[in-house]
Design a protein around this ligand. Structure first.
Ligand code: MN
Length: 239
């Protein structure tokens, strides 16, 4: 149970970040407050049915990925935080200072953040070319959407073993790269640093049931469900 002091502290943290408007509107309210500030780590519900991304991402993969893999990261993160005697640290803060914590917190905290982000970056109404501020930012940083996509796909295909490919923002300057395992560009231990705008899971569990060893086909399909609205929201958050 949180006492009043803790609640007030959280409120002040929210206000200090200037994100009140984002938290108060729209169906993404829980997701944003959750990713950035909640000190309680819980499995967020998928924002659509498990079959909604068919035929690009199959239903069984979504079920196992969300209900077992992501649930496992959340469970193990809570266990690690409890056994290490940590409390009231937001997920965002945990990741930014992850060098101070155990490998269990690095792996499961990263897994929890990355997957919470990943579900929201997909939508059955997604795909196509970007629009809005992200389209301009991509053009400014990479020359064209096609050039950016080529770099991103290459990062995703060449990440050896398990990991993630990313588009990150550093004060509006965009960069593409990848991280191993469940590392995240917010982590102080990460070579690639920045606020994650797009992240694609290239662990085999994300695609193997439908695509087997053809990671490239999975990546091509994934672009058909990308949620550009969500990417624009993240661009506005991640200065
Ligand atoms: Mn995964």
């Amino acid at each position: 149970m949180k006492n009043k002091g803790t609640q007030r502290r959280d409120f002040i943290k929210l206000s200090a970040l200037g994100l009140g408007a984002v938290f108060s509107v729209g169906p993404f309210t829980k997701g944003y407050s959750y990713l950035l500030n909640d000190t309680k780590y819980e499995l967020p519900p998928l924002p659509y049915a498990t079959s909604a991304l068919e035929p690009y991402i199959d239903e069984q993969t979504m079920q196992i990925h969300h209900d077992r893999h992501h649930a496992g990261y959340v469970k193990n993160l809570n266990s690690a935080v409890e056994s290490d005697g940590l409390s009231a640290i937001s997920l965002d803060e945990l990741l930014r200072g992850v060098s101070k914590y155990s490998n269990a917190i690095r792996n499961n905290g990263g897994g929890h953040y990355n997957h919470s982000l990943f579900w929201k970056l997909m939508t059955p109404a997604g795909g196509g070319d970007p629009s809005g501020p992200i389209a301009d930012a991509i053009d400014a940083s990479f020359g064209s959407f096609e050039k950016f996509q080529e770099l991103f796909n290459n990062a995703a295909k060449t990440r050896f073993g398990s990991g993630w490919a990313w588009l990150v923002s550093n004060n509006g300057k965009l960069e593409v790269g990848s991280t191993p395992n469940q590392d995240n560009p917010l982590m102080d231990v990460s070579d690639l640093k920045g606020f994650p705008l797009i992240g694609i899971d290239v662990w085999e569990h994300a695609y193997y049931l439908k695509y087997q060893n053809k990671r490239g086909d999975y990546i091509d399909s994934w672009w058909r469900v990308i949620n550009w609205n969500e990417v624009n929201k993240r661009l506005a958050l991640g200065k």
